[in-house]
Design a protein around this ligand. Sequence first.
Ligand code: MD3
Ligand code: FE
Length: 216
Amino acid sequence: MTHDLFAELPPEPTCESLMEGAVVLRQFALAETDQLLAGIRQVTAQAPLRQMKTPGGHTMSVAMSCCGEQGWVTDSRGYRYQPEDPVSDQPWPAMPEALYRFAGRAADAAGFPGFEPDSCLINCYRPGAKMGLHQDRDEQDFSQPIVSVSLGLPVVFQFGGLKRNERPIKVPLAHGDVVVWGGPARLRYHGVLTLKAGEHPLTGACRYNLTFRRAR
Ligand code: MD3
Ligand code: FE
């Protein structure tokens, strides 16, 4: 009989480079998912998740909220960052300290020291929700990276080129995975395939994605 020496050990965080500028930190958030989920609950109690409308009038399948000095919004007037939640007309909830510190540590680990996010977008995918291929270009300084954290149900992420017509590669993202996108990866097209039905012990029928950004 062979003994599996690793069977009882917790899974190890790993670091891999997807493409130049895109660093995948598998399970980097695993030890801190409770604090991150507590942060999400705190923020969404003040600024509830909502399905916004695109400038073209379509309702997004992903429900969103934000915290920090700037929040990302979309409506008939366009895509932008603004300091107030349009639902309450109040400032967005402050970014919980645990979230802010976590984003800095992830950016450090990926080779982007000194990251000071002023915005955290909370995306909530329920089964059937997806996000089409797009670029993130509403931020002022594309030399600043974006830190993304996946929590809950797994999904297939699509990572394309600098032009929409470039065929994207598929990357599975699971609970606790962190990806840092900077340098030449910052303006690549990306999206998320339709979330499949499922139940996660910590999030239920939901995938959360946090994206930490420097908007201004
Ligand atoms: C690659 N969110 O909120 S996170 C978004 O899973 C967004 O909710 C997806 O795309 C999600 O804008 C993907 C990963 C991500 C975020 C920003 C990027 C990948 C990126 C910016 C440039 C290149
Ligand atoms: Fe994006």
